[in-house]
Write a protein that binds this ligand. Structure first.
Ligand SMILES: [Zn+2]
Length: 347
């Protein structure tokens, strides 16, 4: 229902942002309930644009910025807000030190945003608290966390803009979050380009884009009912296969066994490198343990360095529907060797 392709959407969004315009950034494409933001390069914020943002965003106006910019501005009281599976760093609200009156008007908030988005402005140009709410993207951007904040900052970078954006969450008149259909209709009505977090992430994974091509139930004579996911590129090569137990939901996966394809091992259990044994023990674990996945990489693509195997597995796991951060955690062989009980992190 979204018009165009990711690259035409990205190109339209980039040129709109460069011209000081507003774009709609939404996530995820597949969900029925969309989460969409109106986004604008902060350095180019005008009272009119800010008025449009707060009218359709019903209030809270964010200044999304890179972690580096947040630090450079010396913004205090960073808190970690756990929203569903994402964690976002929010700082105490800000106001331009000069050039504003109460700070709440669209003109005053536009002024605050322009200061936050001015490469020459520093901590002395802002005061806290105020009427604009800064939120910092994770260091490492979309590779560290797949969220709208990171996608917004990367989108600005693609457009060659300074990494501070004005952003408001789109809402319906009744205050409810817009569905994808409503978001798309709103954007068309307002002549605003729509771009998704996936579009921006896709650009990042372009070096090795992976897609879920097919998913089906298979009956193994040895291991019982399984789900096979075929993950491949646009042109169908290479083809990786992910196998999980019939009842295992992708988002619940806690352990991934990454295996290299080996005809000698897989077909004849005769590989001197122990491939057959690794496959059997991974499958046994899948059947016995809960929530594990066997990722069988296509023949001929496995790199010698295990860390590169992990890097190869990440886009495959993302194609299965895992978020990037989780995919990175799961694909890392050092981590997947750790028993779930010991896997407590301090995040
Ligand atoms: Zn082998």
């Amino acid at each position: 229902m979204l018009g165009g392709t990711p690259s035409t959407r990205l190109a339209a969004a980039e040129s709109q942002l460069s011209a000081g315009g507003i774009v709609v950034l939404c996530e995820p494409e597949a969900a029925t309930a969309s989460k969409a933001d109106l986004v604008l390069a902060a350095g180019q914020a005008t009272p009119e644009a800010v008025n449009l943002l707060i009218t359709h965003g019903h209030g809270v106006l964010y200044a999304l910025m890179s972690a580096e910019r947040c630090e450079r501005l010396g913004l205090s009281h960073l808190i970690e807000r756990d929203s569903e599976r994402w964690i976002t760093a929010m700082a105490t609200s800000i106001e331009a030190r000069v050039g504003v009156t109460t700070g709440i008007s669209a003109a005053d908030r536009a002024r605050t945003l322009r200061v936050a988005g001015d490469p020459g402005a520093g901590p002395d140009d802002l005061v806290q608290p105020g009427h604009v709410f800064p939120m910092a993207a994770r260091r490492g951007g979309l590779r560290a966390r797949v969220g709208r904040t990171e996608a917004t900052i990367e989108l600005l970078a693609l457009a060659g803009l300074f990494p501070v954006a004005a952003s408001c969450e789109l809402m319906n008149e009744d205050g409810a979050t817009m569905s994808v259909t409503e978001t798309v209709a709103f954007a068309a009505e307002s002549s605003l380009p729509v771009v998704t977090v996936g579009d921006v992430l896709g650009r990042r994974l372009e070096a090795s884009p992976m897609l879920l091509a097919a998913e089906r139930r298979v009956e193994s004579a040895t291991w019982g009912p399984l789900v096979e996911s075929v993950v491949t590129t646009f042109d169908g090569d290479p083809v990786h296969r992910a196998i999980r137990g019939e009842g295992t939901r992708v988002e619940r996966i806690e352990r991934v066994h990454v295996l290299d394809a080996c005809v000698l091992g897989d077909a004849f259990d005769a590989c001197p490198e122990g491939c057959g044994e690794r496959l059997r023990s991974a499958m046994d674990d899948l059947v016995a343990g809960e929530n594990s996945l066997v990722l069988h990489l296509a023949a001929g693509v496995q790199p010698a360095d295990p860390s590169l195997t992990a890097a190869l597995a990440v886009p495959v796991l993302v194609a299965l529907g895992l978020d990037l951060e989780r995919a990175i955690e799961l694909a890392d062989p050092g981590r997947s060797a750790i028993a779930p009980d010991e896997e407590e992190t301090d995040r």
